[in-house]
Unconditional design. Structure first.
Length: 341
């Protein structure tokens, strides 16, 4: 029977790599502070020895778990994927691990997940949007867990945010739609109850209409879940109206993809007979036919800035600064002038 071998230690890694134990610690905890050649040598030693850091000792020494929690509304589509991937990559470079939960747009489930992540020692939380009970922020303050809101930018809110103005972004798209000549405007929105992003996008369309001299009360609005099938069903419902809307603005690209699919099924040509727009500019917006005119959200920039700000808050380097991320219009082929009436 072979001899029992003890687990490799930090000293073993330092000896193998020819560096100090302090340098090994920096490589593992703050790799951006170590030059590339040294970092590669240390990580090769870690790999060859099979070294695993003593997580419990690290937590006790720093009084920190080096874990960040993120609670997103859904994992059913790619809306949050780009931003979260960049968020995770940036956290990893700073020595943090990401734990992700999905609330299914249920405020009670989100509350439960927040409590669970805090109980598990999360150093900070990334939350989506501002629409939640104030008691949640009181709870986080009591437990000294910093939180940052993403996918929404509201500078007047007490909670710091890294995101964009949904009102302004959708308002710019609505101005483009109105500028193309559309007056009979319909919108397929996500559920606005408890969702300030959806609320903001509806408000953006209504404000643009009012600013252009149109009656915002004439906006035909359907609220539904963010699913392709739901977008298709809502589009079919809108096409039964008389007179029919000349443009259908969708709260995101997933709903818009459903609308385009249903238009094909019904034999309605886009954009010759009706225009369709989206929001987010996920990959789907480019591959559907026709390509979607939509709002490009720089998800990776948002994830990068959120990681930078939230870790600074956790480490006591920032009290929480809000960062506005700029969106831009993506004009493709799903929007055209309305058909002659």
């Amino acid at each position: 029977m072979g001899k029992n071998r003890s687990a490799p230690t930090l000293n073993d890694v330092a000896r193998e790599a020819g560096v100090s134990t302090a340098t090994v610690s920096r490589c593992l905890n703050s790799p951006d502070r170590v030059i590339e050649t040294t970092r590669q040598r240390v990580m090769q030693a870690v790999e060859s020895l099979g070294y695993t850091p003593n997580f419990a000792a690290r937590v006790m020494a720093a009084n920190r778990s080096y874990t960040i929690g993120a609670i997103i509304p859904t994992m059913d589509n790619a809306i949050f994927a780009r931003g979260l991937q960049e968020f995770q990559d940036q956290l990893r470079q700073r020595g943090y691990t990401l734990l992700v939960s999905s609330s299914a747009y249920d405020p009670e489930m989100e509350r439960e997940q927040i409590r669970t992540l805090v109980a598990r020692g999360a150093d900070g939380l990334l939350l989506i949007g501002h629409a939640r009970d104030a008691s949640i922020y009181t709870f986080l303050e009591q437990h000294q867990v910093p939180s940052l809101v993403a996918w929404s930018y509201t500078p007047e809110a007490q909670q710091p945010s890294v995101g964009f103005s949904n009102i302004e972004a959708m308002g710019e798209l609505a101005q483009l739609v109105i500028g193309a000549g559309h007056r009979r405007i319909a919108m397929i929105s996500g559920q606005t109850s408890g969702n300030d992003r959806a609320q903001g996008r509806v408000e953006g369309v209504k404000r643009a209409m009012a600013q252009s001299g149109l009656d915002a009360a004439t906006l035909t609005l359907i609220e539904t879940d963010y699913e392709i099938e739901k977008g298709a069903d809502a589009f079919a419902q809108l096409m039964t109206l008389s007179p029919r809307p000349t443009v259908v603005m969708c709260g995101n690209d997933v709903l818009a993809a459903g609308a385009l699919s249903e238009a094909r099924r019904l034999g309605i040509k886009v954009p010759e007979q009706v225009s369709v727009t989206g929001f987010d500019d996920i990959e789907l917006a480019e591959i559907v036919s026709p390509g979607l005119t939509t709002v490009h959200v720089p998800h990776r920039e948002m994830g990068r800035e959120a990681a930078r700000e939230l870790t600074a808050m956790v480490e006591g380097k920032s009290a929480g600064q809000s960062v506005c991320i700029k969106t831009r219009l993506m004009a493709r082929h799903s929007l055209a002038e309305p058909p002659c009436q």
